[in-house]
Design a protein around this ligand. Structure first.
Ligand code: NCD
Length: 325
């Protein structure tokens, strides 16, 4: 792998390799001193044209925990605001001797374009409504920990066990919400189906992309059919920043029909895992009680964030050819 641009272009062996590597890094995150010399003397630049809390910070921490130098470009204060093109920005970062560039951009396809402009490895940290590959990988790791290894929240990270392969063939994952605008939903459709899971997509018709039927997913018309017998429910944020007006009659109606609550979770398996990539709109797509794991709900929201650091360490390590020390 030279770049990590999409899961659609990542094969099952490569997905296994990232997950396997991330399991090892997860162990490092449990240590009192979370630092290894693996990427000493290398540099990672994060270039975010969209806001981010988890993704940008976890890439930065991932780089730092492996002793790389991490630099963030605050796009609003950079020469981008003077009209500098994506090509010139990438060429500049390469000339500044970056060893890896992590990019988030509002346009679908921007990460692929960026990779054409530079020979430095590029990681897509979310491009428009297209893909968010590291999010899908951290979600797959979280599902594996709970549903294959059986780790409870307080015992993760778990060591890789040869008798616990990254095989999700027995699982049904329902991805619910604003599918049209979600790069998380697309990357997860590819990633989880490559690992064998059955993936269901469910959301209002106006928030279902036209190409859904070309993806490895089963489209469900209502929340009940999506959740019935599901092992995992992945809740998506209503991405109003990408929506045109008129897609939803009202937020109240949306949360009544599509909100994941204790009541709707009764359709799913009793040990259903509730996931959300964050940021959450509490009371809209997910109730506060479900988000917080009240009443025995297995919410993995925070565990996903921690796994994000391990997965991003793995991606940086594999793309930058870290030393095995
Ligand atoms: C997601 C994103 O930016 O695509 N967030 C994230 O990276 N954790 C999902 C979202 O913004 O709703």
């Amino acid at each position: 792998m030279r770049d990590l641009l999409s899961i659609r272009e990542t094969d099952t062996d490569q997905i296994h390799q990232v997950l396997q590597t991330a399991v090892g890094f997860n162990e490092i995150l449990k240590r009192p001193v979370k630092k290894v010399p693996t990427l000493r003397g290398r540099s990672v630049i994060t270039l975010f044209y969209e806001s981010s809390t988890r993704t940008r910070t976890s890439f930065e921490l991932a780089a730092k925990y492996m002793s790389a130098d991490a630099v963030n470009i605050a796009v609003a204060q950079s020469s981008v605001s003077k009209g500098e093109s994506l090509k010139d920005t990438l060429k500049t970062l390469e000339a500044l001797t970056a060893d890896c560039i992590v990019i988030r951009h509002p346009s679908s396809g921007a990460a692929h374009l960026a990779a054409q402009f530079t020979s430095v490895p590029v990681i897509n940290a979310g491009d428009g409504r297209h893909e968010h590959p590291t999010q899908a990988l951290l979600d797959a790791l979280t599902i594996w920990q709970h549903k294959v290894v059986g780790a409870e929240d307080d015992t993760y990270p778990v060591a890789l066990r040869p008798d616990k392969p990254f095989d999700l063939a027995h699982l049904t994952v329902a991805i619910v919400g604003d599918l049209a605008h979600s790069r998380v939903a697309r990357s997860n459709a590819w990633c989880l189906s490559r690992l064998g899971a059955t993936v269901r997509w469910a959301g209002p018709r106006t928030l279902l992309p036209a190409e859904a039927h070309q993806l490895p997913v089963t489209v469900c018309d209502d929340l009940e059919s999506a959740l019935t017998g599901a092992d995992v429910v992945m809740v998506l944020r209503l991405q109003t920043e990408r929506q045109e007006s008129g897609l939803l009659p009202s937020l109240r109606e949306y949360s009544r029909l599509w909100g994941v609550t204790h009541t709707s979770l009764r359709w799913a398996k009793p040990d259903v895992l509730v996931m959300h990539p964050g940021p959450m709109n509490r009371g809209v797509e997910i109730s506060a009680e479900v988000a917080d794991g009240v009443g025995g709900v297995r919410s993995t929201v925070e565990q996903q964030v921690t796994n994000g650091v391990a997965v991003r360490m793995a991606c940086l390590y594999l793309l930058m050819g870290g030393s095995g020390e």
